[in-house]
Design a protein around this ligand. Sequence first.
Ligand SMILES: [Zn+2]
Length: 453
Amino acid sequence: MVDSQEDTSTPSASEEKPPVTRPKRRRNQPLKVANQIPKQRRMEIEKALEEPSSTPRKWSRTSSWKSHRIGKKLIKPGTIRNLEFDLMDVDIGESWPIPVTVIHGIRPGPVVTIIGALHGNELVGPLALTYLQSSNIMGEGQAIDPLTVAGTIRIIPIVNMPAYRRRMRYMTDGRDLNRFFPGKEDSNTTSRVANRLWNELFSKSDHIIDLHTAALGRTNMPQIRANLANRNSNRVARSFGIEVILDSQGPKGSLRRTADENGISCITYEGGGSDEADPESIQIALYGILNVLRSLKVIPGYPSRPRFRLLASGSVWLRSDQGGLLDVLTPAGSFVEEGELVATVSDPEFPGLSMEIRTPTQGLIICTATHPFVTTGTPIGHLIPIKKGVKTVQKRLDQEGILVLSGSDGEPPWRDDEEVEDISVEGEWEGGSPDAEWGENHSSAAEEEADEG
Ligand SMILES: [Zn+2]
């Protein structure tokens, strides 16, 4: 962890001492992080992938294929149905219906559930899933045709409708729906909704793609999070066709973790911020979903692949040591050198003073703060240290030094999987306990908020 526990340099408001910049002090500290998957974790992943029980299910493309059932509704093979699913099972009062589109293919295959707005103010998912259903998504005048689909695609653009209507992250009782799975039928409102969603929809999936953005006050460079020791999640995460994949199980009660514990593959996509509709994040989400569906052979066509993949399990939080107003100089997606200035903090009550925040190591900034108010300790950026494959990453930077993500500059090219450079899996973990960054530090409430948007 780069944060110093014995930081005594923070001046109080009454002292006239100018703020001290951090990099000098930091250079003297051993840095206990690397982007590489730790050796022990890598062995865990490899072992899990070798187990016969984790072999992906094979679908007979010729066997008979039944109607798809959601509650009492039956959807016939080769059809599309738009239906409503009630979040609450009540006779009186609000039942909170949410729209569900089912594209039930003509041939057998996996059930893929794709969802947005588990957090009500995260709008990249709802927009991407609306566009996924457009009449031009498969080419001029071509929607996804159930007669070409093998398996079932269930599209749920807005899961947390009560929060979405209120333009908020949380459910009406102030709880985070993505911390209550699998839920209980006799507990609080959020837990009951989670339980109904889990029992009726999510647990009956083979694969789940869960679309998110950063929480309020932050923005994420598009990235995937998945438990890479789950064979199917690993496969789906890679097939999304994106450069950055974080090996992470997700917080307790999150859909990703719950699905994983129940043998269902689940990946979380993070792109952009809350309360905004970042066009690049929407576009990359759309390409990613099509890539997954193609890779699973649910829809026809070849998936596109990125030039390289960063498989990361370590990361560094950049924090402000001072309070005041933040100015971020390197947006999410920036490749930064060690000691590079990434942000300044100033305080209108102390005009003329400006505190610098510099990077402790070379790497890629995958998340930045967007809210200018900071106090000492506020995370202002999330950095993946990059020590290997630097040249490969640098080849894909624009003039501003920002990573040009696959899919952000038009339809990405088809590429053989062998041509994709996996940068960090072969690498070595450099000191510290394997889960130092992902483990304890991320389980505190604040960090969890920052980590899982
Ligand atoms: Zn979220």
